[in-house]
Ligand binder design. Structure first.
Ligand SMILES: *Cc1c(COP(=O)(O)O)cnc(C)c1O
Length: 422
């Protein structure tokens, strides 16, 4: 390939600021509400609850903080108040999305729960309802499901909810990546019993950091608000009856989020255009884009991803830390494409390495649609159809999806990737 490298790096996904963010940040400064109280926080809570169609919202320091307090709420509801020092999910198994960021799952462990991973399906790259049903056969005692919407694509919400209802289980919805995405016309982040979103720097809109808890239950919202501010009781002194956390959003961060909210739709439109341009540009290559349910859902297209057809995957070996590949004519692999993109100063990323493959969770259960994934396959076979997560990890990658990428830059990315298959 006779390309020059990009003079300026083409990123996976970076913050896109518009100007209002600075006005609201400055307002916090000038009014001296440089604190975890202030107008920006109130506004952000109000605006997002209205936008999503949810009664209550609590602005927090991170999406992970929101997920943590969601686990705590779920645990207390299901199993009662724990002793101090024991998490509310202590010793209880929890079904979790497998192909996701580990922030979906770690909060289960903060509360003493034991994640059991549910394999992924090919239609949306999210939790497989068939595997979830299987998991209830193996672990009928489970009462909590944590489901993420990968890369902004809604999961099979109706199917998952029906299974949850059938087994009397609650749902924590991790909509950290999917803000603005809809399922049957309803926003993600409103389907769960407990709902979490994130304003981390690379998300569709950002506060540089931050997160939010959403619910229709006033009592739950009050609890989260109280826990997030060190669980102070209503007394003249600092009175504490419960374990507290310092999880509240800063009014400065809230200023950034407040300035970003009006641009959510614009960002989604830009991300969608990027997705469509890749789709068009890859015509004739043995690849597909990350799929979604066109009938029922509208993703936010946060990250565009591609999947290489199995017969067109060149030899690729991935250890715990390093990857190797052998180029073959007409074929390629995620490692080759990512290394080539990096050579030209563009940033891609492997798809999330499934949680059941992570050393930290190697002892946890993993259920595929065929049953217990651990007992059946200790070795992970490339292209194995019984372990969808491994298959997607081997063949998939995230493409540069920054909404400031120009069509010209994107065309060049497409040409670089085409070159990998020569
Ligand atoms: C980003 C992310 C989180 C965590 O959000 P933070 O605000 O970074 O704590 C949780 N789950 C998923 C799926 C994410 O992508």
């Amino acid at each position: 390939m006779d390309f020059e490298a990009f003079p300026e790096k083409v990123w996976l996904s970076t913050p896109t600021m518009h100007g209002e963010e600075l006005i609201y940040m400055k307002e916090a400064f000038e009014t001296n509400w440089m604190s975890t109280i202030g107008v920006n926080i109130n506004e952000v809570e109000k605006l997002l609850a209205a936008k999503l169609g949810c009664r209550y919202s609590v602005a927090l320091s991170a999406g992970t903080a929101s997920l943590h307090l969601a686990m705590k709420l779920a645990g207390e509801k299901l199993y009662g108040m724990p002793e101090i020092g024991k998490g509310a999910l202590f010793g209880h198994r929890v079904f979790c999305s497998d192909m996701t960021f580990d922030a979906t799952v770690n909060p289960v462990v903060y509360e003493g729960g034991i994640p059991v991973f549910i394999d992924t399906e090919y239609d949306t790259w999210n939790m497989d309802p068939v595997a979830l049903e299987k998991a209830f056969e193996i672990y009928p005692e489970v009462r909590l499901i944590v489901v993420a919407h990968l890369y902004g694509t809604p999961s099979k919400i109706d199917e998952i909810k029906a299974i949850a209802d059938k087994h009397g289980a609650l749902i924590v919805e991790d909509a950290a990546e999917s803000l603005g995405a809809t399922y049957k016309g309803k926003q993600t982040g409103t389907f769960g019993d407990y709902n979490c979103i994130s304003f981390n720097g690379n998300k569709i809109i950002t506060g540089s950091s931050g997160g939010m808890f959403l619910t229709d239950c006033e009592e739950d919202a009050k609890k989260v608000r109280k826990w997030s501010t060190q669980s102070r009781e209503n007394a003249p002194w600092y009175q504490h009856e419960e374990l507290g956390y310092n999880y509240r959003m800063s009014n400065v961060i809230a200023g950034v989020v407040r300035g970003q909210i009006p641009y959510l739709e614009e960002h989604i439109a830009q991300k969608k255009a990027i997705y469509e341009r890749y789709k068009e540009g890859f015509k004739g290559l043995p690849v597909t884009m990350n799929p979604y349910d066109k009938k029922n859902s509208e993703p936010n297209f946060w990250l565009s991803c591609m999947l290489i057809d199995p017969e067109f995957l060149c030899k690729q070996e991935r250890g715990e830390q390093k990857a190797l590949y052998i180029h073959e004519h007409g074929k390629s692999c995620p490692t080759e494409i990512l290394e080539t993109l990096a050579k030209y100063n563009a940033e891609g990323r492997p798809v999330w390495k499934p949680m059941h493959m992570q050393p930290i969770y190697r002892m946890n259960g993993f259920v595929t649609r065929d049953g217990n994934g651990r007992a059946r396959t200790n070795a992970y076979i490339v292209g194995s159809v019984t372990d969808v997560g491994v298959d997607l990890f081997n063949r998939g990658l995230c493409l540069p999806s920054d909404n400031k990428m120009t069509p010209e830059q994107q065309d060049k990315v497409i040409e670089i990737i085409r070159g990998c298959f020569e």
